[in-house]
Design a protein around this ligand. Structure first.
Ligand SMILES: [Zn+2]
Ligand SMILES: [Zn+2]
Length: 129
């Protein structure tokens, strides 16, 4: 009987010890960039504790990029028609192709950013002078 007790005590002790480092760090290949990243034992413990099923497939950078993409798509969908627009136009000043975030009204000159800022600052200068 003494034997049994010792065996049980040893088992309990080792189980407690394992709790700290139950998982070894794992190297996983990111599905997006193909780089290996480390899934740490601590992260695996968290994953296990939360009862999560889908193991990570992406490194931190790609995971964040993916989340941002999804957030941008969700935002665009929820906002419906209010999506960002980009209209290709030719600058009335320098003739360069540029894009503007609005539909220019007919007959009105459209400037690229540089010309727009230049025009605006000269306007301010003439107003002051
Ligand atoms: Zn990656
Ligand atoms: Zn211009």
């Amino acid at each position: 009987m003494e034997h049994m007790e010792i065996a049980i005590q040893t088992k309990v002790a080792s189980a407690q010890g394992e709790n700290e480092s139950e998982f070894d760090d794992r190297s996983i290949k990111c599905v997006d960039c193909g780089e290996n990243f480390i899934w740490t034992g601590g992260e695996q413990t968290f994953f296990h504790d939360k009862g999560l099923k889908n193991e990570p497939k992406r490194c931190k950078g790609c995971k964040q990029a993916k989340n941002e993409r999804l957030a941008a798509i969700a935002a665009a969908q929820s906002s419906g028609v209010r999506q960002r627009i980009e209209v290709s136009v030719q600058c009335a000043q320098c003739g360069q192709q540029t894009t503007v975030p609005f539909y220019p009204s007919q007959g009105r000159p459209v400037f690229c950013r540089a010309c727009f800022l230049a025009a605006r600052s000269s306007e301010i200068n003439s107003a002051q002078g």
